[in-house]
Unconditional design. Sequence first.
Lengths: 189, 1002
Amino acid sequence: MSEAVTPLNGARFEGLATIEDAGLTGMITLRGNLASKEMKAAVKKAVGLGVPAQRQVLSGQGSAVLWMSPDELLLICARDGVAETIATLEEALKGQHFLAHDVSDARTYLHVSGAGAREALAKLCPVDLSPQAFTPGMVRRTRMAQVPAAFWLDDRGVFHLICFRSVADYAFGVLRDAALPGGEVGVYG
Amino acid sequence: MSTRLATGGRLLDRSRALEFTFNGKRLRGHPGDTLASALLANDQMLVGRSFKYHRPRGIVASGAEEPNALVGLGEGARFEPNQRATTTELFDGLTCTSQNHWPSLETDIGAVNTHLARFLPAGFYYKMFIHPRPFWKHVYEPFIRQSAGLGRATNPGDPDRYEHFHFFCDVAVIGGGVAGLQAALTAAEAGAKVLLMEQTAHWGGRAPVDGGDIDGQPVAGWIAATLAKLQDMPHVTLRLRCMGAGVYDHGYLLGYERVADHTPGTDAPRHRLWRIRAGQIITATGAIERPLSFAGNDIPGVMLASAVRDYAVDFGVSVGDRTVVVTNNDDAYRTAITLKKLGLEIPVILDARQSGGGALADEARSMGIRVENGKGIAKVKGGKRVTAVAICAQAGEGALLEEIKCDVVAMSGGWSPVVHLWSHCGGKLIWDEAHAHFRPDPANPPKGASGEGFVIPAGAANGADDLASVVADAHGAGQAAVKAMGHKPKGKAPEASTLPEAPMQPVWLMPQGAKTALRMKAWLDYQNDVKVSDVQLAAREGYESVEHAKRYTTLGMATDQGKLSNINGLAILSDALGQPIPQTGTTTFRPPYTPISLAAIAGGARGPVFQPVRKTPMHSWHEAHGADFEPVGQWRRPYCFARGEEGRHEAVAREIRQTRESVGLLDASTLGKIIVKGPDAGRFLDMLYTGMMSTLRPGKCRYGLMCNENGFLMDDGVVVRLDEETFLCHTTTGGAESVHGHMEDWLQCEWWDWKVYTANVTEQYAQIAVAGPNARKLLQKLSNDDLTADALPFMGWLEAGIAGIPARVHRISFTGELSFELAVPASRGRALWDALLEAGEEFGVMPYGTEAMHVMRAEKGFIMIGDETDGTVIPQDLGLNWAISKKKADYIGKRAQEREHMADPNRWKLVGLETLDGEVLPDGAYATAPGRNANGQRKTQGRVTSTYHSPTLGRGIAMGLVHRGPDRMGEVLDFPKLDGGIVKARIVDPVFYDKDGEKQNV
């Protein structure tokens, strides 16, 4: 039996911020009418969470729902629960126009934490990362150096960042460079 | 000589010494010195040679406007040319060299040009070097390149690092002088989030040098107190050594922070480029003093009056014992007073104004300084150093009144507001007659999306000319900025002292009636060697537009972009054209304000992260097994896997033989995979592809062609019907993102009411092609599922477990062999790859690269997007009519393909090409036709689109587009080679191998 592996295989770097492979995680792209009661019920049933507002994320225990676009969500769940979650969605949305697809392996998932996390991200992403502007519960789809990425912030101050799997080495590389000691900007604490 | 004074130098730390070298000479300075002040402290007045005449040049200014003191800084990989000594902070171990001289700074052969100056007027190059034509390349250009040019190029391998930083604020204030500090304080006190940046290492600008009181305390104390207030505010960010480099649309602002230029070798990044979005931008960028145009004003020792004062007060440097001050305004008296107080001699102050100066002039006189009103300089004497000035009446033609010995000439022609950042994004200027300068036109600021201005000038940058008006103006600017951001302005402007000043008087040429001989020695642009006489000549030759005159004379085109020369130059031009200055206007101010490093613009994009490289789940295996990678989009795909001493050609041949004879593996993970789902998915794909997709049954695959609206073929791939409502569209490797965008474009903009969702799932799957006669045997070893032709026929798919991994198995073939494409979750791709290699050992299994794939598809006559297509080819050109549905009413591109030119039988169409002697046709070669075209070129009748050596057939094979090709089977065409020979090739069917497709269908 062959084991599944993440592209970064547990990589970790500690500098001004800590960059680490978040490990195998379940991710499901869900497109549909986000305003419909059927969608809200389906999401609730699948991951126990509501449908977030624009640029927001709702998080639960090991699960989350991210607003990705006006008709797209990203559901986060346990890796071994993906098939069941999709089945639940398909059942609940029967007769509705929707698309649910496993994208767990299409992504690299990283945690960026520590005192320098905001500045490291601000070196790479055109996003206002001041503590007043970017607060827990927000999600931002953006550009990280030269690749697309999305990140959100949890209540513990940890940034959760996803980008495409194929550029995992690049993403880890630019984050590591942005968190190299000596590069403190001194703007965010 | 210039020297360090025993005391003074408010920015110096005299307790420590720093060592540095200039042209190999070991010199000493102190922390707080700039390279320029340290050079002057060591009597190094001569710092370089001018661009054209190689005239000796000394330091003129004390800041960013310096045109002359450019050095090559550092050594080896850290070497950098054209670094301004006036803005380079001294550090221990600094090494620099002067530029543009040969063999040495002191003795320079090119200086002979100065004696030829009469023969090197404006536009000389244009006039002289145009005939005879061939001389340009072989005689003139090499000569000019040898004698011109500033500095050497850098060396590779810069060891420093650079980065970007994105920042957002309500109000960004550029310039940390008194105006910037006040504007920032006003904005911050009203609650705005403020960024204040200063290009030098010190707050307060030049106010501490010039003196005065604000709110009853000396200006230095006010600066410290204001800074302390700002530092205490959490919503204020202060940055030193950070220059506002450029203002762009919608409040986008670039800040250039020289983080570690002064501390090389630390682990800090050298430069940081701030990419700022500001609600409002305040330009508190100060003003730049103008030189005066008199003969010999470029001789080392002639400096701006303010710079002479700066070196004395800031760095404790006396530029010379005897300083003659020459001015058209009151401010330069400060230099005389300052120097006199330091015990230095002021032989005379020459005030060009007949009526003389105000309070400062009285003070100077009371100190015993000789002041001469209505006088000017006819000519400066000296070679590498000023020795004396010849005095004349400003109103005359330069008749000598008196010669006065001196070492320094401190000149002031008035002050020009630094309007660069105001102007970058479209802010307009008005001519202020009283001050003889351009300043921002408040009615025409750069405008943002709302149509309102987003840049506000403050202080001297807005034309304010004394401390009191600077502070008041800056407070107003701060208030205007916060108001624009929706905050309520607070507080009132501090009170500052003011001195009654006599009005300045514009002086564009000294003396006013200077004759040609004097005008030819009166420099406007020091770095590019442009004189008053050059601009006047340009005007006489018809260059009336200031932009044309600039380019003809090169005025203001040097690395300083005319910070000192522009206003003087256009005043001379206006005079020559007999029109007022505002009518002449200014040249365009473009970012950056001063040159910024290319490395800062590149930021972190270098080395391993220069560009993103996309890697498949099997990439590390490829790397470890001799993969010879080629870029395909941002992916790296193995071209072939060379073994041992094997060359590319042998490796490709081996991989093909193995696949044709037994079984091979291809990493096809890079192929685009797009899910298309919904009740209208079939209808949508019928429009997207030329073929019929809605009739495809679940469990089946179909090849499809995608065209753009103009009918041209843009992508191809296999469409898989997953279930009644869901399709999976495979695209080319490079086409995944653009095809997905194409789909969303049509769905969102045209067919917004169709019920279709798409998702790009390219990276969710690792995909492996298992191809060759033993492919089924190999898979069957790893699977209990039925993969026989009955269970899984050609162009079918099913779900099966392979090596314990759930896989979607497609019976599709790009090689012409029995072939299965396996799609598994990417995280298990490597495991499947390893399992296939292990189980395939008995069949000699090996991976094949993109080149083997290309050769095998060409043997089968399969087209490749990008080879057989180039954006001008339609499917009909490629004999792909079988993949175009005749039943459909429409598809994207159908209408275009019916246009006359597209349906013309005379189009070049796809055929196979077989060389008569078996050699390989050159890639891209053209088939010639009889006759020549209007340009005298051989006429053509076709071209090669794909050409390979086929190891299977043991000969060269090719595909090409040929005029009426399919109608001309058997004809022989001539393909000229680059070396002059000709390859003869016969037109044949493009399918060279297994014409009936028996091998793939087993």
